[in-house]
Every structure is written in C-alpha cells, then in structure tokens.
Design a protein around this ligand. Structure first.
Ligand SMILES: [Zn+2]
Length: 466
C-alpha cells in the first residue's frame, strides 16, 4: 500500500531522496547505524526541501483552522508551509470549524483545544513495513518527553494515534486530528527532522511564520527556488503576543531552506535572514526542542493552576511550571477552570485568564462587586460558574453575567465547591455564635438542605472531585 501506489509526483523524488539521506550534515552523529546503501555524494545542496520544491503542485487558496492561507495541492495531497499536512477539518470554513479561537499560543504553539492529545498522551505506531530508523524516532520522542508533559506510548487499541511511515517527503498534521494520523518521514535518520515533525503532531506550528516574524527576520522572496513556494512563508493573521522570536526553535526552517543555488558560487541563497543580515540554522541541524518549544508545549498541556505570591502558575502533572503573568496578589482562594480559561477573583473583580498565554480580561458588568468573595467554582454542563459574595450565591454565565441563585442569606460562607448539579457550601451564621454547617444547594432551583449532622467549627479545607 505505502509505496506501490505512489502518485506521479512522488516517483520523480526518489533520486533526490537518496541524495538527501547521504547528506553528511543532516545525519545525527549520535545515532549509530551504517550509511544507507543508496548513499552517494551530495552535489552541495543541503537538499532537505528539494523534494518538496520539485513536486508538481498547484497553489490553492483555502483555510487552515479558519484563517485564510495558500497551500500546495500535490495530486490531492494538501501541504501547507512545506510539511504541514492539512486535513478536511483544517480546510473547513471558519463557521463550521470547531477549533476556534484559531490563534497560536506562546511561540509557535497551536491554540485549538480540540486538537490537543488527552492528558498529553500520544499513542504511536512505527509502521513495521517501512524500515524506518527506530532509534532516531524513539530518541526524538524522548527529547519531547524530557521537559514537557507529553508522553508517547505504544498503541494498543486507542482510536487516536500517530503512525510513523516512510515516504518521499517529510510531513505531519498539526495537533491531534482524530483517528490514525501519519507522520511521513523521508529523512528518518535526521533527528532534527523527526523532532520537528513530532512537534507538529503535538500541536506546534512554524516559528518563522508567526505573525510578528518580520520584526525579527527579513524574507527574500526572490531567492526562493520557485516563486510559488512563497506560501511556505505566509505569516499567520493572529494578534497574539508570542514572546521573543526563538532562533533555537526546532520549529524553525534554516535561512537557506527553499533557497535557489547561486550559479556563480554554487551556494544556496538565503530566503530568511536575521535583521543584522546574518543567517541561521534550522531544524535539520538541531538535536532537541528549544527551551521556548518546551515552554510552549508546557503551556498547552498544563492542568494545574495556582497563584503563588503575585504570579499565576500553570503546572503540568509532572510539576513543571509555566509563569502565566503577575497581578494576582490577594486572589480569592478558589480558581475555576473553563476550558481554555481560568476564572478568578482578585482585587474585588472577576477575571478570566487565557491559560495558554496568560492574557486576562475583566468579565461581568460593574466593577468591584466581588469584594470579599470566597472564590469561583464550577463549571456546570451549561458552562456556568458559581461564587458567593455578599448575601448571595451567584450563578455566572460564560459571559460573566451573574444572577443570584435562590434566596439570600449566604453571608458568612467559608467555602464552596461545585459538583454534579449542586454547590457544597460551608456556611456560618455571621450574626450568631453558632458553628459552620455544610449545605447542599441545587444549582438549578437554589433549593438547599443541610448535609449530614456534623458541625464544622474545626473546618480547614474542602474540595469536590468530579
Ligand atoms: Zn514543519
């Protein structure tokens, strides 16, 4: 199946492919193994993208996660930016796309929550018929596991998984597509290439196409091996702050990738240069993700959020921290999770923070009306969150609009947690010297009843697990 029915465009790539494998500097010297039998002298090109560049493709307009792009259609195979495989869902119009907001997170991270791998676990298969370099692939997976919460496990019966396959080009989808998705490898012996393609599958895009890249590099379109390859360098139309451009990113192409040969010198021309005119290396010369790549993945796959001193931290289940910004001094004790957002009360106001990049906004009408609130908890199946402030329990919808839940009299609340259609509230009458009591409050009707017979004079802490 995998090589017997190659489309025509692929047939012409075999010569280039064998040259690529021979290219000495593309090989990772830490990986043992003899040179391939097809190895022969390289003509001086670093070659990695020649295969893609020489494919007979048609430039097409489309959308990628809802944003307008130009991609190449290679006999029915849609490829974006040289190695990003587009799925039907990727190409779906904005209105039907489930992965909005379609912005990137930190660095080259991809924001679509729906494209994340559950708990950061990625089941994988190495196609047994592909004769791939297993050691390099396993090393590449370990490089991502080292400082991110991503974990690769051999597939047993999971529906979603990645499969490494030998192909005549390198490509991968961005994030979890659903079902089995292939990581196509031509240069399976090049550790940087494999780390890069896995990075796409985890959910990373290209560093050199981030929205603010023109502040850091200059794009020399005229040096492209083929002008129609300009789409490989399309800037994304997002407005997020990506932090400093990461020249060490494994998601960065080198200056000369897709560059044409200077006939005088025989050298490849630079398509991208730093602002000082210098050139830089790309993923084919890297051995591991950069600190920035790791930080991006941690931000995408963190599950625990807490405020320490003034700072909101995201933690992975391994305890790795990402700083999500300051300004949280005095935050109310309980934070609520709402998909991409963390809700919290600080300074008497209700805030919604994008947990991927730390950007926050005040939500709800009015200001200062959350003074003294215990915290915010939730969320229920309709997306509502709950808080107590003043005399009332409040139901807060996803826009921050709040209304009282049931009758008043909740002044004196010590703690509250939401679980399966009810709030569990520790309440103490502020006017009487009576001990705190645990109440269960129906979050639809506001009806409440005492839970158990214990009193809670010694109450210290509580949580509720869904
Ligand atoms: Zn790529």
């Amino acid at each position: 199946m995998k090589t017997k029915q190659l489309p025509l465009w692929a047939m012409g790539l075999f010569v280039t492919a064998s040259v690529l494998i021979a290219c000495e500097k593309d090989l990772d010297k830490t990986i043992p193994g003899p040179p391939t039998a097809t190895a022969r002298p390289d003509s001086g090109s670093d070659g990695l993208f020649d295969a893609v560049a020489r494919m007979k493709g048609i430039a097409k307009k489309g959308t990628f996660q809802g944003r307008s792009i130009t991609y190449m259609d290679y006999n029915g195979l849609p490829i974006y930016q040289g190695d990003i495989m587009l799925s039907k869902e990727d190409l779906a119009p904005l209105e039907t796309n489930q992965n909005n907001p379609n912005a990137r997170v930190k660095g080259a991270g991809f924001a679509g929550d729906a494209r994340r791998w559950k708990n950061g676990v990625i089941p994988y298969v190495i196609d047994p018929e592909s004769n791939l370099d297993k050691v390099t692939i396993e090393t590449a997976m370990e490089r991502w596991e080292a400082k991110t919460p991503i974990r690769f496990v051999p597939r047993t019966n999971e529906f979603d998984c990645i499969r490494f396959v030998k192909k005549t080009h390198n490509s991968s989808s961005v994030g979890r597509v659903g079902g089995q998705q292939d990581i196509n490898l031509l240069n399976d012996k090049n550790l940087g290439v494999v780390v890069h393609e896995i990075g796409h599958a985890i959910g990373l895009e290209h560093e050199h196409t981030r929205q603010d890249r023109d502040n850091f590099v200059t794009f020399y379109k005229e040096n492209l091996i083929d002008s129609k390859l300009a789409e490989q360098f399309d800037i994304e139309s997002t407005t997020f702050d990506h932090g400093t451009f990461d020249f060490n990113s494994v998601m960065l192409y080198s200056s000369t990738d897709f560059g044409k040969i200077n006939p005088q010198t025989g050298e490849k021309l630079a398509v991208l240069r730093k602002k000082d005119g210098s050139t830089f290396e790309g993923h084919t010369n890297r051995q591991h993700p950069s600190f920035g790549d790791e930080e991006t993945v941690r931000a995408m796959y963190s599950y625990i959020y807490l405020v320490r001193k003034n700072v909101l931290h995201a933690l992975t289940t391994e305890g790795l921290e990402t700083n999500l910004g300051s300004g949280w001094q005095g935050a109310a004790q309980t934070l609520a999770e709402d998909g991409r957002y963390i809700w919290g009360i600080q300074g008497g106001r209700l805030w919604k923070t994008d947990r991927l990049n730390g950007h926050y906004q005040q939500v709800g009408n009015g200001s200062g009306n959350w003074v003294g609130a215990v915290g915010v908890t939730g969320k229920d199946p309709q997306g509502n969150l709950y808080a107590q402030q003043g005399d009332h329990l409040w139901k807060i919808d996803k826009y921050g609009v709040h209304r009282a839940l049931g009758s008043g009299g909740w002044k004196g609340t010590k703690a509250l947690y939401y679980l399966n259609g009810a709030l569990y509230v520790i309440w103490q009458n502020p006017n009487l010297n009576t001990p705190p009591i645990l109440y269960k409050v129906n979050t639809t009707t506001g009806a409440y009843s005492r839970l158990g017979t214990a009193t809670y004079s010694s109450f210290q802490a509580m949580t509720a697990l869904s």
